[in-house]
Design a protein around this ligand. Structure first.
Ligand code: GLY
Length: 598
């Protein structure tokens, strides 16, 4: 039987500040909450954390906090932190567990970006563990014989879009730099649960059922997710001995066990042998994989320093552009539910996405004007375009200052949502924000050694040129596809005050920017800011979250000239704020996460 936790409604209503109450009202007001049956065996702390988030409240703690998208993964991280491990140690345990219990979103077969705030030095470091195009890839990877882009799902399924995974190397590199717990022990929980079995969560079960045709196309994938031809259902106990064996190898020999030898060989065989859709990945690609430290992109927002991941992610630059334009308006005095507020945010976002499509890609391959795109004078100029009463009739790409001359065309490919986010603050005050992915839900649908392989290369532009100009984010051998992942640490006076990020494809940028804005400008606590309805306008259509007050803005926004549609907006903000020495954790109620702390 699922546990039921009762929270007195009145107490909660009185405890919420006005803005937070407004946001909490926007989502399901049910206060008597059952921990889903699939998580019934978890600790009292996990059950309490679930109840707290369902009540629209942040979880509070004094020493450490971990906020992730699955309760088992949160518990794995909490155990490490409780035992004196730090945020880098906890991340390894969390990621190992996510790859087992939330395999559709992230795992060893994918890639990730990590932002680290170091309490001792006060420095922010960003690590790029993004998947990488095989050396045999060409700009025509996703084009047919006539140069026309392939249909999206033809590119996703099978080997073609599999890039060299980066997550195992990133786990090891973060642990090598900052970790202090014994590496091998960090895999213990995930190994035990892989061997003994975990209960399939409601979200995983729903996604398996909704992906039947694709998940049953390749035998190994079908055998895992559709044993005996039947979809795994919520609450089914799934063992994954192959994953346990893979983790044993990683625990024993480090990431080299993944990039060389039998695991790498099986990955390459699966990719190159994918029936009807062979890919290009080679043993050399695997052996050459490296995590890259990139300069953190840190920009000012109303006295805060917002730090995140630079190219090949577009996350930090685009978040900085959105906030940098809005900084010229009195957003803090504006009503969070007013159409005028969302006119400004929506068009600030559209302008930022226009620049993103033209200029941002892997900076090891194309010059990216990071300084020009985030320059305050440039953003003042772009903000000037927003001084009007209706929607922008057109969304021009800007002309930021360049240190290179370059003519390129815009990439207009959308990206599809999947992905997971991890936020951790440890007892020493280190903060870690990591967004991790295998790209689309269940990635390339190739299952090897107990985990799924990514389809990250579909984050490249399928077109290599437009109007005679090259597209910055075209496929090239050894290049990393542009990402929207936006792991973020916000600092004030050099110390972190907010650790945040979200899954969700290109809207990740909007989910992250508006989470920061709702917390800093509208004073919402982290949970209320995560619960706030999502309104996303990246590419022209303003998508308003269904069944929330956002949908009520459809008519006024349409009257201003926006194309509007109403639909689901599955953000997954996992965040921690730090105020007066206390930690406040949030887990987006649209997914299955919790925040745990002590
Ligand atoms: N594949 C999701 C992203 O990197 O943005």
């Amino acid at each position: 039987m699922p546990r039921k936790i009762m929270i007195p409604v009145l107490t909660l209503m009185l405890a919420l500040p006005a803005a937070a109450q407004q946001a909490a009202d926007a989502v399901d007001p049910e206060i008597a909450v059952a921990l889903p049956g699939a998580f019934a065996g978890l600790s009292e702390a996990a059950a309490d954390a679930w109840a707290t988030r369902e009540a629209g409240q942040p979880v509070e703690a004094e020493r450490w906090m971990v906020a992730v998208q699955n309760p088992l993964a949160a518990e794995a991280g909490a155990r490490v932190l409780r035992a004196g491990g730090n945020a880098a140690d906890a991340m390894v345990a969390v990621q190992a567990m996510l790859g087992l219990v939330e395999p559709q979103s992230s795992g060893l077969g994918g890639g990730a970006f990590l932002v680290w705030y170091d309490a001792e030095t006060g420095e922010v470091t960003t690590l790029d563990g993004r998947e990488t195009a095989p050396l045999a890839a060409t700009p025509r990877l996703f084009q047919d014989a006539d140069g026309a882009p392939l249909p999206f799902w033809d590119a996703v399924m099978g080997g073609l879009a599999v890039g060299t995974p980066g997550t195992p190397a990133l786990m090891e590199e973060a642990h090598r730099r900052w970790g202090r717990a014994n590496w091998a022990g960090l895999f213990d929980d995930a190994i035990t649960i892989a061997e003994e079995g975990f209960a399939v969560s409601p979200r995983l079960a729903g996604q398996i059922a909704g992906d039947a045709d694709r998940l049953t196309r390749f035998d190994a994938t079908a055998a895992y997710f559709y044993p005996d031809g039947e979809a795994l259902a919520e609450g089914d106990i799934r063992i994954n001995p192959d994953y346990a064996e893979t983790l044993h190898a990683l625990a024993r020999d480090g990431a080299s066990a993944f990039y060389r030898g039998p695991i790498a060989e099986d990955i390459v065989v699966a990719v190159r042998g994918a029936e009807g859709a062979p890919g290009l990945l080679s043993l050399e690609d695997m052996a050459r994989y490296r995590v890259i430290e990139r300069p953190a992109v840190c920009t000012d927002y109303r006295g805060h320093e917002v730090c995140g991941m630079g190219p090949p992610s577009s996350g930090a630059i685009t978040v900085a552009q959105i906030l940098g334009k809005l900084a010229h308006f009195d957003i803090d005095a504006m009503d969070p539910q007013a159409p005028e507020t969302w006119r400004l945010i929506g068009d600030a976002t559209r302008l930022a996405f226009a620049d993103r499509g033209r200029y941002i890609a892997d900076s090891d391959f194309v010059p990216v004007p990071v300084g020009g795109l985030t320059d305050p004078d440039y953003l003042v100029m772009r903000a000037g375009l927003l001084r009007r009463e209706d929607a922008l009739p057109e969304v021009p790409v800007g002309e930021p200052e360049w240190d290179h001359a370059r003519l390129q065309a815009s990439d207009t490919d959308p990206e599809r949502p999947a992905t997971s986010h991890i936020s951790i603050v440890d007892a020493e005050g280190n903060a870690l924000s990591m967004t991790t992915t295998i790209e689309s839900g269940f990635g390339a649908r190739l299952f090897v050694r107990g985990f799924l392989l990514n389809n990250e290369l579909t984050d490249f532009s399928f077109r290599s040129h437009a109007d005679g100009w090259p597209i910055a984010n075209r496929v090239e051998p050894g290049k990393r596809p542009r990402s929207s992942m936006a792991p973020t640490v916000v600092l004030r006076d050099g110390a972190p005050v907010l650790v945040t990020g979200s899954p969700g494809g290109a809207p990740i940028i909007v989910y992250t920017a508006t989470h920061i804005l709702a917390h800093l400008d509208w004073g919402m606590d982290v949970q209320a800011a995560a619960d706030m309805p999502q309104l996303v306008n990246a590419f022209g259509t303003y998508i308003l979250e269904e069944d929330t007050w956002a949908a009520d803005l459809a008519d006024p926004l349409e009257a201003m000239g926006f194309d509007v549609s109403i639909g689901p907006r599955p953000s997954g903000v996992q965040a921690i704020s730090i105020m007066d020495g206390r930690l406040f954790g949030a887990a987006d109620r649209r997914r299955e996460g919790i925040a745990l702390g002590e």
